[in-house]
Design a protein around this ligand. Structure first.
Ligand SMILES: *[C@@H]1O[C@H](CO)[C@@H](O)[C@H](O)[C@H]1NC(C)=O
Ligand SMILES: *[C@@H]1O[C@H](CO)[C@@H](O)[C@H](O)[C@H]1NC(C)=O
Ligand SMILES: *[C@@H]1O[C@H](CO)[C@@H](O)[C@H](O)[C@H]1NC(C)=O
Ligand SMILES: *[C@@H]1O[C@H](CO)[C@@H](O)[C@H](O)[C@H]1NC(C)=O
Ligand SMILES: *[C@@H]1O[C@H](CO)[C@@H](O)[C@H](O)[C@H]1NC(C)=O
Ligand SMILES: *[C@@H]1O[C@H](CO)[C@@H](O)[C@H](O)[C@H]1NC(C)=O
Length: 681
């Protein structure tokens, strides 16, 4: 996921399908011309940026509660919270001047900052807050007289724009949490914008990675436009357009006619090759909703929505995420998903929901967060994978390697397996899920709970209406949420009802439960001045998802369920300075070759007394929800020595039936998530 290291493994971009390629280029040229000719008309008719459907709240307004607060503490006490103390790429005393490629704003510091700013604020951790403040101060204090931010000063290093974008997101979050930083950050950003605008007009600042990730700068410019326009609207809009029209054409990449319907290693990308790169695509999901804000063109939103659907249709995983073991990897369960793309897709999905308002984005972000994210880190969050597999029977150096473009060490749980990028980028996952869990409507009269889980929110709505909401729940390890709203004035509160819920009820102020009646996924609750309490009950059926080779995946509610293969553990490496940072090999210690009978699935709930979950929660045997299945052993081959071949289609049982237990996917580290089926008698 990092520009330079990865570019050494890229295949050359070529356009063997010349017709398709020329056609795409023509489309783009025509689009550009049309857009230019419309520019004058638009300038007269449509001013400014189109509004988002929902507005995010400033960092710190939404805090995690209950088990989710504990999860943030696990992250803080794990690898994420200790990187500044020992991890080379961000522990250098000279943040910005180091020669290391990974120093500071070229990538590592920038990613780290983007994730640790919200981490530090959400758990009120003074050590982490001091570290992020030091980073911000260093970067701002060393801004070059030209406006440049970063280490490419007094060197011959080329100045590429991208490495700064995650830093901008971190700086915006710092301002949200601490408005006294506004002037320093905003004036530094404007100096940089002036420079970047000139560079873009001069054809400078771009390389292949920057060209894919232009939307992250556009979103930063839109934050300036929305909150601190300072009379500079024209240069902001001009810079947005320059970024878009010098960048990769996401509106074409996400078109049905070009979208790859299988793993891409044998396909020719008609566009720059990096557009089918998993993380670029995860970040690029924001490109079209961001474009819409300055084009006001509904087609940009339609293309964004279709692209999202295509991505999951052809590369999706039951864990909620999609597969790209560097490049899009199709549907086969042994192929990999990079951790960086997990957290970037979560963030992009939150943004898509805020711009477009379609609840499908929120449903999927919640599934990714509660399944794919925890599955790819150890329970204590000290070790992380580069690639996770839907069916993962070992985590070890693999021979042969099932990933065409990533190395054999990619699914080891460790400090920096395969590439270091996800070590510094993964910390944004949980915190940004929390800070996007509530939004307001565009008129700021209503509060909307987007993600379900335990939170406390404190904000001021339109007309100075101070409100707080506390949500008490073990969700997703419970079907019940209790929310307590306090408000100075009456308002309409909304809460998302996920699409997988069946027969949901709501009970307000102790009244009898009545069926919910959501509109566009949102249930309205009339909150009075004073206190309003409501209880949501959100039961759901077990559902079966069809997967390749006639295999199936099991879901209930937001959670995906998998067979948790018991494992042995071997320490492959230990960091010399920080002994808790270990590389772990996991090997199966029991048979995993089972077919299940989907008609026998049974849900079991063992919610702990005192309503308190174990800490950490995402590890073997810990969650209170399980599903049992009647299973039988089948012949299922191992490919190489370390990964499961595709599930056999309609295999015969080779032994007696037995009951197996399926656990929430996020708690499994070795697993089968896609099973062959059989019919028990
Ligand atoms: C760059 O070099 C000039 C001249 O030697 C010096 O004045 C300036 O402080 C240097 N800038 C940085 C950021 O190191
Ligand atoms: C909106 O986008 C469509 C599809 O890209 C394009 O054909 C159309 O010209 C655009 N309209 C405007 C007003 O820019
Ligand atoms: C909400 O935030 C305001 C302003 O920061 C603070 O004064 C108030 O105590 C908070 N209320 C709650 C219930 O946390
Ligand atoms: C749950 O199952 C019931 C009975 O089979 C069905 O009526 C209902 O539509 C299902 N709900 C969902 C959300 O699939
Ligand atoms: C919802 O109600 C239907 C009809 O009463 C029932 O068959 C189904 O099991 C219920 N679903 C859940 C999840 O309780
Ligand atoms: C299962 O595999 C074993 C060993 O390859 C073979 O002997 C046996 O016939 C197979 N059984 C079935 C039912 O295919």
């Amino acid at each position: 996921m990092h520009q330079h290291l990865e570019s050494t493994v890229l295949k050359a971009s070529s356009c063997s399908d010349l017709q398709k390629c020329i056609c795409a280029m023509l489309n783009r040229a025509v689009f550009a011309l049309v857009s230019l000719s419309f520019a004058f008309v638009r300038a007269q008719n449509v001013t400014g940026l189109a509004p988002k459907k929902f507005l995010s709240l400033p960092l710190g307004s939404i805090k995690p509660a209950g088990w989710l607060h504990d999860q943030l503490l696990v992250q803080t006490n794990g690898l994420a919270g200790h990187e500044r103390d020992f991890y080379d790429y961000v522990a250098q005393s000279d943040w910005i001047g180091g020669d290391s490629y990974y120093s500071s704003l070229e990538e590592a510091g920038s990613y780290w900052f983007n994730g640790m700013v919200p981490n530090g604020v959400l758990v009120d951790d003074p050590t982490i807050q001091a570290q992020t403040q030091q980073f911000l101060d260093y970067v701002l204090d060393h801004q070059d007289s030209t406006g440049w931010l970063g280490p490419e000063v007094n060197t011959t290093k080329p100045r590429y724009l991208w490495g700064r974008y995650p830093f901008f997101f971190g700086a915006i979050q710092m301002v949200e949490a601490n408005p006294s930083l506004t002037d320093r950050v905003v004036s530094a950003l404007y100096k940089f914008v002036a420079l970047a605008n000139t560079m873009l007009h001069d054809g400078e600042g771009l390389e292949d990675w920057t060209k894919t990730r232009w939307e992250d700068f556009v979103i930063t410019l839109q934050w300036l436009y929305d909150f601190h326009p300072n009379g500079q609207e024209d240069i902001l809009i001009d810079t947005m357009k320059m970024l878009k029209w010098t960048g990769d054409p996401w509106e074409d990449v996400f078109k049905q006619e070009y979208f790859p319907q299988e793993a891409v290693e044998n396909l020719q990308n008609p566009f720059p090759v990096l557009t089918w790169h998993g993380v670029n695509m995860a970040e690029g999901l924001k490109a079209l909703p961001a474009t819409y804000r300055f084009t006001h063109n509904q087609s940009d939103l339609d293309a964004a929505s279709l692209g999202w659907d295509l991505l999951f249709e052809y590369h999706g995983r039951p864990s909620g995420i999609y597969a790209a073991d560097e490049y899009l990897a199709g549907l086969e369960a042994a192929r990999g998903t990079e951790l960086c793309l997990v957290v970037e897709t979560m963030f992009s999905g939150s943004y898509l929901y805020q711009v477009i308002g379609d609840p499908k984005f929120a449903d999927r972000v919640e599934r990714i967060t509660y399944n794919a994210l925890p599955a790819t880190l150890t329970g204590n969050m000290w070790s992380r994978q580069y690639l996770q597999q839907q069916n993962q029977i070992a985590a070890k150096n693999m021979t042969p390697d099932p990933f065409p473009t990533d190395g054999p060490y990619s699914n080891v749980f460790g400090l920096e397996p395969n590439y270091p990028c996800c070590t510094v980028n993964h910390p944004q996952g949980w915190p940004k899920f929390v800070s996007n869990a509530f939004v307001t409507t565009a008129d700021q009269k209503s509060l909307v709970q987007v993600y379900l889980g335990p939170f406390s929110t404190n904000t001021t709505l339109a007309s100075g209406n101070k409100v707080t909401v506390n949500v008490d729940t073990l969700y997703p390890f419970s079907d019940t949420l209790t929310a307590t709203i306090t408000a100075q004035k009456a308002f309409t509160h909304f809460v998302r009802i996920p699409s997988w819920v069946s027969n949901a009820t709501i009970s307000i102020n102790g009244g009898s439960p009545r069926a919910v009646s959501p509109s566009n996924g949102l249930q309205a609750v009339s909150a009075k001045a004073g206190t309003t309490k409501f209880v949501l009950n959100l039961p759901s059926n077990i559902t079966i998802e069809s997967r390749p080779q006639g295999s199936v995946a099991v879901h209930r509610g937001p959670l995906h369920y998998a067979f948790d293969i018991s494992r042995s553990q071997k320490v492959l490496a230990q960091n010399a300075e920080e002994t808790q940072a270990v590389d772990l090999e996991f090997d199966a210690t029991e048979a995993w070759q089972y077919a299940i009978d989907p008609s026998t699935l049974k849900f079991n709930s063992a919610v702990p007394t005192g309503d308190k979950l174990p800490s950490p929660i995402f590890d073997s045997g810990l969650p209170p929800f399980t599903i049992t299945a009647t299973a039988c052993p089948v012949n299922w081959t191992i490919a190489g020595d370390t990964f499961a071949a595709a599930p056999p289609t309609s295999p015969a049982c080779v032994g007696p039936t037995t009951d197996i237990t399926l656990w929430p996917f996020g708690a499994t580290k070795l697993r089968i998530g896609e099973f062959p089926t059989f019919e028990s008698t």
